[in-house]
Design a protein around this ligand. Sequence first.
Ligand code: SAM
Length: 282
Amino acid sequence: MELWYTEQHTDNVRFSIKVDKPLYTGQSEFQRIDVFHSKEFGTFFTLDGLMMVTEKDEFIYHDMIVHVPMATNLNTKNVLVIGAGDGGTVRELTRYNSIEQIDMVEIDKMVVEVCREYLPQTACKLNDPRVKLYFEDGLKFVRSKENAYDLIIVDSTDPFGPGEGLFTKEFYGNCFKALKENGILVNQHESPYYAEYAKSMQRAHKRVKEFFPVCRVYQAHIPTYPSGHWLFGFASKIYDPVKDLNEQAWNRLGIKTKYYNTDIHKGCFALPTYVKELLGSE
Ligand code: SAM
């Protein structure tokens, strides 16, 4: 009998992947964790029935959430990562020798344990000596931080369940305070395509804008996320992500990426008209 993983993207749309082997199912204090293996996407893991990471397309998300802010400020030394339990974001950050400290705050220890076992491709750099893991709620963690980080990356689940607090005004205000005067905040911004996701994206964008003078949105194509069209928020105290891109300096680093390059960097901030309208209308 054929086994399919099916995810409900909207009331009227479902997305399915043929599974050749279920690998793990568990319930943590916060969420249900499943790991499957498939021919098309390799190993993938889901939280509460929602796709998080697949071996085949994770490079797109992790390249875009890390290299866009890094190429904008190559002097980034202190980074805070919130969520990101699969380790893919940390893996990309560790490729920069200039980074001195990476604090990663993941609410669910079990996600990290499961990914260490089943997704070594993404979890492979969590033992880097610059990485300090905190198993806490990111919303609470940032409350006590002031002028501490050059970059905060919010690699969270969607704005419900444990991830809800990471889309609030309180959280964005505390991120602003936790960042140094040159600070950058990048967060996953949901999809503009389906109305329900678009609403979350508009809300997040509006809230970030209340604190940060520079507030932009960029896009990437991620086949396994709802609609495949995914957005990231870029907010900063001083840097413009396109004007301040250190194109030559970044290329001189020789970091080999599969999705990101400096042409993509310049192009990804060019948004379709309907997305511009969604952002402008809030
Ligand atoms: N790339 C993924 C996506 O957008 O679908 C996100 C990957 S990562 C696995 C998301 C992580 O955020 C999860 O492991 C979850 O446990 C964590 N998380 C959710 N809420 C959190 C919170 N309040 N504080 C810290 N981590 C949180």
